[in-house]
Design a protein around this ligand. Structure first.
Ligand SMILES: C[S@@+](CC[C@H](N)C(=O)[O-])C[C@H]1O[C@@H](n2cnc3c(N)ncnc32)[C@H](O)[C@@H]1O
Ligand code: SF4
Length: 366
């Protein structure tokens, strides 16, 4: 349902979940979920394939050459993605992130970005990539209207990096990609580091040292129990608290404010002025409280939680010619009913109940 201002006010009056937000264009109704969290952020996975096999995400023995990835027909087309993004913007989404799998395997991505960049209400358009193909793509992405990139890079130690990319990454190329992104103005650049005990935790300080003073923001991420195929074990999680102490012992840090409500990283800056780092602590310090993210898989399933065990198929509605009004209704109903807070509820019983059914990270892109 798309409503005019008067209808909107009446609806807002009838539903305590629909509240106007002065910062957003008049016809945008900010939809709030059952825990009163707004929908601000949509992550769009453009394809499920990847050129890496990071063991914590797509381990090679599970994602082997016979693995059945989505076919082109199964994936949403650009016009279908644009339709959903448009409807989401009408419900309050102002931030879009393209992800995967590896989004840069899609050579036509600038075309999609051009469409997304012109959607009214979209203030932040970002992309998450492993960086391998970024060197030659960065300028075209920026020219198409992409604002910034997040690059995943787990270690600067060649052997560790190679292991953590499943034997497929080339460290030099990823570093070239980061430079190209900077040249193209895709800033601020964030560098995502998944920290696994006994795998790359010993190389974290070296990586931080490399990026200190560059303006790039390194974010240290706890190894998460997303999906069911990555062999997650609690003893491989390095709690952010421990990492923070480890970093502080070398470079004093001070806490800084969130840049927006619902931000996933706890932000710190180096006391000596050499920049910012973040800690993402989904395992030890769950952050469901103000989570405002929805995730769209490449085959058009909308998930309302990173740890969801089911989502809503939007592709069928799209292919049955649902118009914008019907899609708005579907999306707002999904969000109004949303009550997920898996991270906060994480207890053995809950983890067990989810264990066979969680959506995989490569499908929804983090
Ligand atoms: C699924 S990837 C998709 C985009 C792109 N392929 C990349 O690696 O940046 C998105 C993010 O999820 C992170 N990730 C994947 N599996 C994870 C896990 N088990 N725990 C924490 N982060 C994970 C990756 O490191 C990456 O930063
Ligand atoms: S984390 Fe990104 S690069 Fe690594 S396997 Fe998953 S999708 Fe690919």
């Amino acid at each position: 349902m798309v409503c005019n201002d008067a209808e909107f006010r009446q609806n807002a009056h009838m539903s305590s979940h629909l509240i106007p937000d002065a910062n957003i264009a008049t016809k945008v109704a900010v939809t709030r979920d059952a825990l009163r969290r707004p929908l601000h952020d949509l992550r769009i996975s453009v394809l499920d394939q990847c050129n890496f096999r990071c063991p914590y995400c797509m381990p090679e023995d599970e994602f082997h050459e016979d693995f059945q990835f989505l076919s082109r027909k199964q994936r949403l087309t650009y016009s279908e993605i644009l339709k959903i993004a448009h409807v989401a913007a009408g419900l309050g989404v102002s931030k879009l992130r393209l992800t995967g799998g590896e989004p840069l395997l899609d050579k036509n991505l600038p075309e999609l970005i051009r469409g997304l960049a012109t959607i009214p209400g979209i203030e932040d358009l970002a992309l998450t990539t492993n960086g391998m193909l970024l060197g030659s793509a960065a300028q075209a992405l920026a020219d198409a209207g992409l604002h910034r990139v997040t690059i995943s890079l787990d270690s600067l130690d060649e052997a560790v990096f190679r292991h953590m990319s499943g034997g497929r990454g080339n460290l030099g190329k990823v570093l070239e990609g980061i430079d190209a992104a900077k040249q193209a103005g895709l800033t601020p650049i964030k560098i995502n580091v998944v920290v696994q005990r006994g795998v790359n935790d010993h190389s974290v300080l070296e990586l931080l040292e490399h990026f200190r003073g560059t303006g790039h923001i390194v974010r240290l991420i706890e190894f998460m129990d997303v999906g069911n195929r990555n062999g997650w074990r609690l003893d491989q999680v390095v709690p952010s608290r421990q990492l923070l102490d480890h970093v502080q012992a070398r470079w004093p840090l001070r806490r800084i404010d969130q840049s927006y409500p619902g931000e996933v990283a706890h932000r710190y800056e180096y006391v000596d002025g050499q920049g910012e780092i973040g800690f993402i602590s989904s395992v030890t310090e769950p952050f469901c409280g103000d989570c405002s993210r929805a995730r769209l898989s490449a085959d058009g399933v909308l998930y309302t939680c990173l740890f969801a065990n089911q989502g809503t198929d939007l592709r069928e509605s799209l292919r049955n010619d649902a118009d914008e009004e019907e899609l708005t209704d579907i999306l707002s109903q999904i969000w109004l009913q949303r009550a997920d807070r898996y991270s906060e509820l994480r207890r053995p019983a809950v983890a067990e109940a989810h264990v066979l059914r969680k959506v995989e990270m490569y499908r929804i892109g983090g």
